[in-house]
Design a protein around this ligand. Structure first.
Ligand code: MG
Length: 398
């Protein structure tokens, strides 16, 4: 089998990859809806994959893996990797998890990251109300994650939250950072306690925190909420959109608190997890298959993390429904260090009308049943999807 074309369309702001083959099988991959600007990068890899056999996934990856980088620039390579696995599965007539070594679970736990309600404000009662709403969702999530501190408007909406310089419109935690005031620290701890009071021990609570924290604040905060038994504190020091890791600093934090420390959604390739994992610098890592370099890359890192006693909670909130399928396939195969992956939803909602293969409802009691169709487990309903193609992409399915 040979790849005869690589196309990219922007569908509802998601860049979507389509690989065509000489045997009539097409494979698809998708990147976050934040990243429509990646279309030229995806198309720049076309020449490298033309004529290769997509079922030799690794051989094709050797030609393109060096042409990615930390978030957001690992997504082009990652989306192509997923499209390769989709074809390999369809060609073999098996779901992709079979090609990754087989599943070890029939349903995969997800945590709520995708279904969000507008907050009424940034005070403890607003956060408590939000957790109440999330706990009432029909998905029956057993875990949820809340953005807080530098990873949220709290840093600007709570007067005097920190001593840093406001940088409106910047990316959270990368552009705006600074030492937190005593008042700010009390406020954020009060918000966590208010959420925990609602959550109790009935639902696990994780917090997406930064990056942007100064080390002493991060340590003080992690220690102050130790009795809340949080699932993890995410990206306090570096992380989301930071193009580096800083394992030494993370190790100092992780070894000084009982609260589990988490990072890793921005990291591209296994090599960039090496020191983080080997020095046990965090308790939990959260690579995103759409940023790390694909599902096989994520599987490799998960196995290596497991050898070192580190847990896995893959990121995925903006990965769309093709990304959701990819997360289900790979997470079905992960070792026992798997906690849950971050649940992405259809954005816009009409994505649900153009993709088939997902169960209805998708999430039951906080889990998704493993998808058993050949390939990634979902496919486009082409006649429906064509209605949403832009003029430039009109021939995407041809
Ligand atoms: Mg995050």
């Amino acid at each position: 089998m040979k790849i005869t074309d690589l196309k990219c369309a922007i569908i509802g702001n998601h860049p979507v990859v389509r690989l065509k083959t000489d045997e009539g099988i097409a494979g698809y991959g998708q990147a976050e809806f934040w990243k429509p600007f990646l279309k030229p990068q995806i198309l720049s890899l076309r020449e490298a994959v033309l004529g290769t056999d997509p079922t030799d996934v690794e051989r094709v990856m050797l030609r393109i893996r060096q042409r990615g980088a930390f978030k957001p620039f690992g997504s082009a390579v990652s989306a192509i990797e997923m499209a390769l696995w989709d074809i390999a599965g369809k060609a073999a007539g098996v779901p992709v998890y079979k090609l990754l070594g087989g599943k070890v679970r029939d349903r995969v736990r997800v945590y709520n990251g995708g279904i969000r309600f507008p907050l009424n404000g940034y005070d403890p009662e607003d956060y408590a109300e939000d957790v109440r709403r999330m706990m009432a969702l029909p998905e029956g999530f057993t875990m949820l994650k809340q953005p807080i501190g530098f990873h949220s408007p709290m840093k600007g909406e709570v007067p005097g939250f920190h001593y840093g310089e406001p940088q409106p419109g910047g990316l959270h935690g990368v552009t705006e950072r600074g030492p937190i005031t005593e008042k700010g620290m009390r406020h954020i701890v009060d918000c966590v306690r208010a959420m925990k009071e609602v959550a109790g021990d009935r639902i696990g609570l994780a917090l997406d925190c930064g990056p942007g924290w100064m080390f002493p604040d991060a340590l003080k905060f992690a220690r102050a909420v130790e009795d809340c038994n949080l699932l993890w504190l995410e990206d306090l020091l570096t992380g989301d959109y930071t193009p580096y890791v800083d394992p030494e600093l993370y190790r100092d934090l992780t070894t000084a608190t009982e609260t589990p420390i988490h990072t890793g959604e921005q990291i591209y390739l296994r090599q960039n997890f090496k020191q983080l994992i080997e020095s046990r610098a965090v308790d939990v890592i959260g690579p995103d298959p759409c940023d790390i370099g694909g599902i096989a890359e994520l599987k490799w890192v998960a196995e290596y993390a497991d050898l070192h006693g580190i847990l896995m909670a893959p990121h995925g909130t903006a990965n769309g429904l093709l990304g959701l399928a990819a997360l289900v396939q790979v997470c079905a195969t992960l070792p026992g260090n798997f906690i849950a992956f971050e649940y992405p939803i259809a954005v816009p909602e009409w994505w649900s009308d153009i993709v088939e293969g997902l169960p209805t409802p998708i999430v039951k009691n906080g889990f998704i049943d493993v998808l058993e169709r050949p390939g990634m487990g979902v496919d486009f309903i082409e006649e429906e999807a064509k209605r949403y193609l832009g003029e430039d992409d009109a021939d995407f399915f041809d």
